[in-house]
Design a protein around this ligand. Structure first.
Ligand SMILES: Cc1cc2nc3c(=O)[nH]c(=O)nc-3n(C[C@H](O)[C@H](O)[C@H](O)COP(=O)(O)O)c2cc1C
Length: 323
């Protein structure tokens, strides 16, 4: 069982943070498939400090969302500490995560995200201060290192544990790789054994076989599902069930997929309103129909002909008729 400070998780599947995707509606939708812990998308510490309304929205959680972690990114402990204090007064969450892996130029140039991996001493001091301020257990999300020449995941993880971090998730790529190439699970072989806190493996978990391989190679305590779960929530159920019983559940049927898509769309419309939800669905919804006969036509209808909930229902109806 995974224990993060005083929190015990009921499973081993963690929903990875994804900017623009892991909204409250997405997390609520994914939870019943067997998500043991969800994370919000990355939230700017400065945005919280300035009371930016959109930023504060990212910190919204709900009853069924727990246990949930809010993920902050920042570069200066004064701003991060201030944001943590604001969140502690205004948000309901269970875990605080710090983003130490984001590869995006704008974020890195500001000294946040994976920029931290370049200076382990400064990182340790920053994270020790974060752990001091936070009333909630602190977790961290890292990458293997900055580039192939500076892989320092063992050193960084040790420093994070010594700073007081209670769980580490590793995206098994370097910053330089961004999302290219393959996740290198072999690079964290032995890391679990060198730590006294849980280790979560992330990167290229698209199938149940990927999840099994990642754990076999790393001995990690849990698996982080990110892109692979978008449009395929059954993946979470398969991994959860496998870890609990050894059974491999079948993939979802097209009928299941349609039902999941309908459910997710209505949850998103309910929480975000029709206009915003329809925009967001254009990116995510086609993934539910991947591999269906006529997938390209469905995708085209979603991306070009859908501007209201009524249009959406027509598309769903068309898919249903095609079974
Ligand atoms: C669109 C997108 C947004 C992401 N946003 C975040 C984020 O806000 N914070 C974070 O720590 N990781 C973020 N990630 C990284 C994922 O959590 C995950 O570690 C990465 O995608 C590797 O896993 P995968 O190959 O199974 O998707 C993001 C990834 C994607 C594709």
């Amino acid at each position: 069982m995974i224990r993060i400070g005083n929190i015990e998780l009921k499973g081993n599947v963690i929903l990875g943070p994804m900017a623009g995707i892991t909204t409250l509606a997405y997390r609520e939708f994914m939870k019943p498939f067997g998500v043991a812990l969800s994370y919000s998308e990355m939230i700017s510490d400065c945005g919280i400090s300035y009371g930016n309304a959109k930023t504060m929205d990212y910190a919204k959680t709900s009853e069924i969302d727990h246990p949930v972690g809010l993920q902050l990114f920042g570069s200066d402990i004064k701003n991060t500490a201030n944001a943590i204090e604001i969140l502690q007064k205004s948000a309901k969450y269970d875990v605080l995560d710090i983003n130490l892996g984001c590869p995006v130029n704008k974020v890195v140039k500001a000294g946040s995200g994976s920029a931290w991996l370049k200076d382990v001493g400064a990182l340790k001091a920053y994270m020790a201060a974060v752990c001091q301020v936070s009333e909630k257990p602190v977790t961290a999300k890292i990458r293997l290192g900055w580039d192939d020449q500076s892989i320092n995941v063992f050193e960084v993880s040790k420093a994070l544990e010594e700073a007081g971090v209670k769980m580490i998730s590793v995206h098994c790529r370097t910053r330089q790789q961004e999302y290219s190439g393959h996740a290198n699970y072999g690079a964290i072989k032995g890391l679990k054994e060198s730590l006294g806190i849980p280790l979560i493996v992330s990167g290229d978990i698209f199938t149940i076989q990927d999840a099994i391989k990642s754990v076999n190679k790393t001995n990690a305590d849990g698996v982080m599902v990110a892109r692979g779960g978008v449009g395929n929530p059954q993946l979470v159920r398969q991994i959860d069930q496998y870890f609990k019983t050894g059974e491999i559940l079948p993939d979802a049927t097209p009928k299941d997929q349609l039902a999941y898509a309908r459910n997710y769309a209505s949850m998103l419309i309910r929480t975000e309103g029709e206009e915003r939800a329809i925009k967001e669905l254009k990116g995510i919804l086609p993934k539910f129909f991947f591999g269906f006969p006529g997938h390209k036509k469905i995708r085209l209808a979603i991306t070009t002909n859908m501007s209201s909930a009524l249009d959406l229902e027509k598309i769903f109806h068309g898919v249903e008729e095609s079974f």
